[in-house]
Design a protein around this ligand. Structure first.
Ligand code: WT7
Length: 627
């Protein structure tokens, strides 16, 4: 916790924020979380009011807004059609070829969603059916998700970069009968053959009856006349036309499945539901990013991950904002693509991942400095701890030092932010912030006893939250075992953290990636942060390797700036740098210079792979590896 610098909020700006007196709200919401959540839920539409905010009689299987009926689509789309937002832009989409632009007002979004829902209805999709969506970042992924939700069906979005094997195992697990895909997707100027992957993935499927194919890249693809249907052909049929009612469902009705990797075993299907999820996501986006009607919100995440679900699709639409979606990558064809789009579309709030920031930092300030980024007013970070160097660069170079940067800690499981700041709070580079309103977090030792401030421990959440997952689909026992058994009544996040004297939480990383060196506990993130603070280092990964004397020895993989040659001298310099900037006990024993680090598609460094490589072992399941 070497980072003491605080960024105090600008008092003039605080006046304009939705939440000015966060201290009072924090205190009140923690005293009576249910009253607080009831108030939040009342901002949204329910066709039948709930009678109980939280039923925890069957904990850890919590139920929220019990007795209520609603639909997340009623709140994302339908309710906006009744007021001035009807003709407001709901979605701006820009293709990798940026001359391709598609925009949709809320009115147009509704038309598209109704059409997709009509097509799904004609294929027999109804309440509770699981629909697999394997689409790139194109508007149809939004339409398809909302169409499923509208009908009370359950979507299972699979990131359109997963292999055929990963796709088929997820389809089999969810027993999905329908897959929605595209002919292909654009990846850095080339076509990635999505349809071919689907063909391979569903070839032996016992459940898939229909595949809907959206025309995107336009190349020829094989179509099975029995199984495959072009989406535009279906839309031309009479069945696609006409109004489609939004089905009102129970608050606890399932909304989606999302497969995510655990520390062991096969991917687990996180299950989210309509009522609580919609309240949690709406509240968190509104408070943390102070969403306003005139905002153009850009979340760079892919819809295949939870960040895309909660804060690219559902959150901004619940808030009635304009959500911006870009098909391509940040560095193609030039490393200023994102900055160019921020300038061109007047993006006001920009939410991305530290890994992207670090990779763009590599190209230097010249790229962003050529663009006018003055439309930005708030920045956000998610997915892994943001090291202070990247935090400062993002804050200073992209945000011009004037945009508060919200570091949001949460998980696929939690559905919504759990630890973050709101813009009126003082900020600390590298600290995620404080538990969200209505939530309390705790750092405990192995026995579950709270540790003193400044001490590392296991991060637990004390309260259930409305947007939390309800279970692991098909695996209730694993749900209990993984999250709720070790410290009954509290949620085990799997992360290590420390709380400081101001009540801010500093996330260290996953507990499975904490290194114990000579009995001292060190976070990979801390070592990496120290290395990255060196001017020659762009990225670094630290792992623990077995060591006879110390228990674990620290082994690091270092990515240097493009113009710097590795060598013994630099190696020594970096060791000393870590000793100096973190602690002598954190001095790396081994160091390897590499061009790239293996990462998951959501940008997390795969230390497991590094560890296996360093030990000459089998690298295991690589389906989530980016390259
Ligand atoms: C894990 C959850 C939900 C966002 C996308 C990742 C790490 C997430 C932060 C942050 C430090 C973070 C944690 C967490 N994480 N956000 N702001 N600071 N660490 O979701 O794939 O379910 O991963 O990501 O380790 O447990 P996920």
């Amino acid at each position: 916790m070497s980072e003491k610098t605080m960024y105090e909020p600008d008092p003039g700006a605080v006046e304009t924020y939705r939440i000015r007196d966060w201290q009072t709200l924090e205190e009140q919401s923690r005293k009576d979380p249910q009253a607080y959540w009831a108030e939040q839920a009342a901002e949204l539409q329910w066709s039948k009011p709930w009678h109980t905010v939280l039923d925890d009689s069957d904990a850890p299987f919590h139920k929220w807004f019990v007795g209520g009926r609603t639909n997340i689509v009623t709140n994302c789309v339908d309710r906006h059609l009744e007021g001035p937002r009807k003709n407001k832009l709901a979605l701006i989409w820009v293709g990798e070829d940026i001359s391709k632009v598609r925009t949709f007002s809320y009115f147009a979004l509704n038309r598209e969603v109704e059409q997709f829902a009509n097509v799904l209805t004609a294929m027999g999709v109804g309440e509770g059916d699981v629909v697999t969506i394997y689409l790139p970042r194109i508007p149809e992924v939004v339409f398809a998700m909302l169409a499923c939700a509208k009908l009370g069906a359950v979507h299972s979005v699979i990131f359109a970069g997963y292999s055929a094997d990963a796709l088929s195992s997820r389809i089999a697990d969810s027993k999905s009968r329908i897959v929605i895909t595209a002919d292909g997707s654009w990846v850095n100027g080339s076509v990635f053959p999505l349809k071919d992957i689907v063909d391979e993935g569903v070839h032996f499927s016992a459940t898939v009856e229909n595949v809907i194919v959206v025309r995107n890249t336009g190349q020829d693809v094989a179509m099975d006349p029995e199984r495959d249907h072009w989406y535009h052909d279906l839309c031309a049929l009479p069945i696609a036309r006409g109004r489609c009612e939004t089905v009102q469902v129970d608050s606890e009705h399932p909304l989606y499945l999302l497969y995510t990797s655990g520390s062991t075993g096969s991917p687990k299907a996180i299950l989210h539901t309509h009522g609580g999820y919609m309240v949690g996501v709406h509240t968190s986006l509104k408070q943390t990013f102070d969403i306003r009607d005139e905002d153009r919100w850009w979340c760079t995440a892919d819809p295949g991950w939870v960040t895309g679900h909660s804060y690219l699709v559902y959150g901004p639409l619940l808030a009635g904002a304009t959500t911006f979606m870009y098909e391509g990558s940040p560095t193609y064809p030039h490393p200023d693509r994102w900055w160019q789009l921020i300038e061109h579309y007047g993006i006001t709030t920009f939410y991305t991942a530290p890994t992207a920031i670090r990779s763009l930092m590599r190209f230097g300030e010249a790229w962003p400095s050529r663009r006018d980024l003055s439309s930005l007013r708030l920045l956000g970070s998610v997915g892994e701890p943001i090291n202070p160097e990247a935090w400062r660069w993002f804050h200073q170079v992209i945000g011009g030092g004037r945009c508060p940067l919200m570091d949001t800690w949460w998980q696929t499981e939690t559905g919504m932010f759990q630890i973050t700041t709101v813009p009126s709070m003082p900020l600390k580079p590298g600290a995620a912030g404080r538990p969200v309103f209505g939530q309390e977090a705790e750092v405990v030792d192995e026995e579950g006893n709270p540790v003193p401030d400044g001490t590392e421990g296991l991060l637990l959440l004390k309260n259930p939250a409305p947007a939390m997952f309800r279970t692991l689909y098909n695996d209730e026992q694993r749900f209990i075992d993984t999250y709720w058994s070790r410290f009954p009544g509290r949620y085990l996040t799997g992360d290590a953290a420390k709380r400081d004297e101001d009540g801010y939480f500093w996330i260290i990383g996953r507990t499975d990636d904490v290194i114990k060196v000579s009995g001292h506990r060190l976070g990979n993130a801390e070592i990496e942060s120290a290395l990255v603070a060196h001017p020659e280092v762009v990225e670094a990964a630290a792992i623990g390797l077995p060591h006879d004397v110390k228990g674990s020895a620290i082994h690091v993989f270092v990515v240097l700036r493009t113009d710097r040659e590795p060598g013994k001298e630099l190696e020594e310099e970096l060791r000393d740098h870590v000793a100096k900037h973190l602690s002598p006990i954190a001095k790396p024993d081994g160091m390897e210079f590499v061009d790239k680090l293996p990462k998951t598609r959501s940008g997390k460094i795969m230390r497991r792979v590094l560890r296996a490589r360093a030990l000459g072992e089998d690298e295991g399941d690589l389906t989530t590896l980016e390259e």
